[in-house]
Design a protein around this ligand. Structure first.
Ligand code: FAD
Ligand code: SF4
Length: 470
């Protein structure tokens, strides 16, 4: 166990300096950033399911959130309630956001600028990368760094080598699938949501990086609401074992993710008109490409990144596109002698927050109202599909493509941050405007999305917020 466990009776009998709801990326990096000497209670809704039990039973406590989906596409949202949250099942793709992702309004007239910049986040990105033992290389010209990655990039596949020889906009995907450090070496078997050798970073297998003297853990207890008195967070209302209890604290941080944070804030009486609105998620599609010189056998599951279609003036009209190069496609080629001359590339585009896509409370439980991705995302995906032949070597041919993948499992945007309390729920340090001592962590804060995976940025922002607590 990460911290000494307490019973609900013991937790309710004490006054805590800080209560943190959740135990995944946002909660644990916030905890890591806190100044020493606080009495902290981490309240986790799920139970502790050790890695071995997850492998044996497949059980991870998937949430089933009711949804009204009026879009033309299936849509699911994947949240697991257990100690360590979705860090147990993520794929550990760990890119930083692009510096221009933080300035979409200024540069492209899209959405809102972020209240933080890439440079503000640099030291926190660095610490998170060290903590997760991220590997990578070759991306510095676009995603500037002050030093090398903690670990070198995984071995490229033959396909990666061919792409990198063709253009300097292809490089190794930064990942927390181990290539050096204390965890087992990633061996590229490609079932990363259930890594059999516990190679990718999870909160559970890196618990030594989140020790905090004075922290205690209350498991199988759901934070329902924050108690707010005279404009201050003074504790939480918790449901555990069929009982409702109150636990007192001087401050409360919500790290329960974009959907549950919004529900908790609504139950706490926050009536900001934008709270819960703007739920969004990236959209993707895969293409299969054949040609001479392609081949697999690199060092991890997703070996490459392509940024040629990511940033530029096109983002005034439609989304940018991030490309991921997979180690192997689903099927071999059947042409004699050319079985492995095939590559799978996934195109991922950013969505935009829309008011109609939202979390509401229905009988006091979260319900998702989903009307579909913004045309900005769909147009970006169509554009990417048209452009991809132009950026590949001439001797490669696109032979197949998948239907759109409408869930990238990265919910964002329900309590967006910024400087204007009339439009934003929190400030740049995740502090809820108008309520002192209340934090809403995680990607619910993102005012615009990015084509890139969010968890490194979620963690860097949470670490920065924790460090600012006095
Ligand atoms: C299959 C899959 C693959 C993914 N791959 C990647 C990837 O490669 N790269 C990437 O960047 N991202 C990836 N993601 C997304 C990533 O998992 C999320 O961005 C990340 O987990 C969000 O972290 P979080 O701490 O905000 O929330 P979560 O990880 O969702 O954790 C929320 C925590 O809060 C707890 N909780 C919820 N409600 C309450 C409550 N009321 N009271 C107390 N506790 C509560 C939950 O049990 C959980 O522990 C993937 C997601 C999935 C599902
Ligand atoms: S590729 Fe295999 S070893 Fe590497 S993280 Fe994924 S499942 Fe684990």
């Amino acid at each position: 166990m990460m911290f000494p466990a307490v019973s609900i009776d013991d937790a309710a009998a004490r006054q805590w300096d800080m209560i943190i709801a959740g135990s995944s990326f946002s909660a644990m990096f916030f905890l890591r950033g806190l100044p020493p000497g606080l009495d902290v209670l981490v309240i986790e809704k799920g139970r502790h399911i050790p890695h071995g039990e997850q492998l044996e039973t497949g059980f991870r406590n998937l949430e089933d959130i009711p949804q009204d989906n009026s879009s033309d596409h299936e849509k699911d949202w994947v949240f697991h309630s257990l100690l360590g949250g979705n860090s147990n099942c993520w794929w550990a793709c760990s890119p930083r956001f692009h510096p221009n992702d933080f300035r979409m309004a200024t540069l492209y007239g899209i959405g809102d600028d972020w209240p933080v910049t890439y440079d503000d986040l640099l030291p926190f990105y660095e610490e998170v990368e060290q903590t997760m033992a991220v590997n990578g290389g070759g991306s510095d010209a676009v995603l500037p760094r002050r030093g090398p990655f903690p670990h070198p990039a995984h071995l490229p596949t033959r396909s990666d080598k061919k792409l990198r020889a063709h253009s300097d906009m292809w490089w190794a995907q930064p990942s927390a699938r181990a290539n050096g450090g204390n965890r087992a070496q990633c061996c590229a078997n490609g079932i990363c949501d259930r890594c059999p050798i516990d190679s990718k970073f999870t909160i559970l297998n890196t618990a030594d990086q989140f020790t905090y003297p004075g922290a205690h853990l209350l498991l199988e207890s759901e934070v329902r609401a924050t108690r707010i008195e005279a404009g201050r967070a003074t504790g939480v209302m918790v449901q555990a074992g069929g009982q409702d209890r109150e636990i007192s604290a001087s401050a409360v941080a919500l790290g329960a993710n974009a959907v549950f944070n919004a529900a908790i804030l609504m139950r706490s009486g926050l009536d900001h008109p934008d709270l819960g609105r703007g739920l969004n998620e990236q959209l993707a599609r895969s293409v299969v490409v054949d040609g001479p010189g392609l081949g697999y056998f690199g060092g991890t599951s997703i070996t490459g990144h392509g940024y040629a279609l990511y940033d530029g003036a096109h983002r005034t009209r439609h989304s940018g596109v991030l490309m991921e190069v997979f180690n192997a496609p689903a099927a071999l080629r059947t042409d004699p002698g050319k079985w492995t001359e095939r590559m799978r590339i996934k195109l991922i585009v950013e969505d935009l927050p829309q008011d109609e896509n939202r979390v509401v409370l229905d009988d006091d439980e979260p319900r998702i109202l989903w009307t579909g991705h913004h045309p900005y995302a769909w147009d970006g995906l169509d554009w990417g599909m048209r452009e991809i032949p132009n950026i590949l070597p001439d001797d490669l041919t696109m032979v197949a493509y998948s239907p759109p993948v409408t869930s990238e499992k990265h919910a964002m945007g329900t309590h967006r941050f910024g400087t204007d309390p009339a439009r934003h729920i929190t400030d740049d340090l995740h502090r809820v405007h108008g309520v002192s001592g209340l934090y809403a962590l995680g990607s619910g804060a993102f005012p615009t999305t990015s084509p890139a995976n969010p968890s490194l940025t979620i963690s860097a922002l949470a670490l920065r917020a924790g460090r600012a607590v006095t």
